[in-house]
Write a protein that binds this ligand. Structure first.
Ligand SMILES: O=C(O)c1ccccc1N[C@@H]1O[C@H](COP(=O)(O)O)[C@@H](O)[C@H]1O
Length: 229
């Protein structure tokens, strides 16, 4: 594979995790505004964590994660935190409405089990292709469950996309090789316990996701217009 794979670390709740993402030049970090997640942060907390990013020379792009959100919920998050994109768990129709309303690059979650689930249409800035949640799950993502990565290998992706679901430092390289993904997203795989990130695991994950000799991200800061988000 040529160039480095883009990496998003999702569900940061503490300063130490944010610092590790900056140190390792994560492309994106995610703040989770789904109140039933162990990774939930209030808009006020997100503002505090975002301040660390904004004070840094290298600044991962900040993505806000919302599940079936009301407009008010997104408004409140945006009033506090400098979100550059929204990652939505919603129907495509609802996501288009929210995208129009807020004018932000919008990433749509696409739950998959097999190749038949892969989307043919790309109406969003990015598709987050991730495992369908288990039947007893209490949230639509962040469950640490993988899907068969090879199903995306021959997929003609209609837009930029990202691989997510059950990735870990010791599996991400294989997942990239099998899936052909050029960007990956992780939450539970780099944690000590639900909602508590492990800086060492973040470092291992990012190093494993990128090819060894890469010194630059595939999504360098200076080229992060909306197209790269
Ligand atoms: O992380 C969560 O708690 C979460 C809650 C609700 C929707 C999405 C959530 N996380 C997203 O799911 C992917 C995969 O998670 P994991 O790596 O399998 O734990 C994660 O990267 C987030 O984008």
């Amino acid at each position: 594979m040529s160039g480095a794979v883009g990496v998003k670390i999702c569900g940061l709740t503490e300063e130490v995790g944010v610092a590790a993402c900056i140190e390792c030049r994560a492309d994106w970090i995610g703040f989770n505004f789904f109140s039933r997640s162990p990774r939930y942060v209030t808009p006020e907390r997100a503002r505090g964590l975002a301040a660390i990013v904004k004070a840094s020379a290298f600044q991962p792009v900040i993505v806000g994660l919302f599940v079936e959100p009301s407009e008010q919920e997104i408004e409140r998050a945006l009033a506090h935190a400098p979100l550059a994109a929204m990652q939505l768990y919603a129907s495509p129709e609802r996501a288009l409405v929210l995208r129009e309303r807020f004018g932000l690059p919008t990433w749509l979650s696409c739950p998959v089990s097999d190749a038949a689930d892969l989307p043919a249409e790309g109406r969003f800035e990015r598709l987050v292709v991730e495992s369908r949640p288990p039947k007893d799950a209490t949230r639509p993502g962040g469950n640490g469950v993988a899907f068969p990565w090879a199903i995306t290998a021959d997929w003609a992706a209609p837009s930029p996309w990202m691989l997510a679901g059950g990735l870990r430092p010791d599996t991400v390289a294989q997942a990239i090789a099998e899936s052909g993904a050029v960007a990956v997203d992780v939450a539970s795989g780099v944690e000590r316990s639900p909602g508590v990130k492990d800086p060492h695991a973040i470092r291992r994950f990012i190093a494993a996701a990128r090819d060894e000799n890469a010194t630059e991200s595939a999504f360098p800061l200076e080229s992060r217009g909306d197209a790269a988000i």
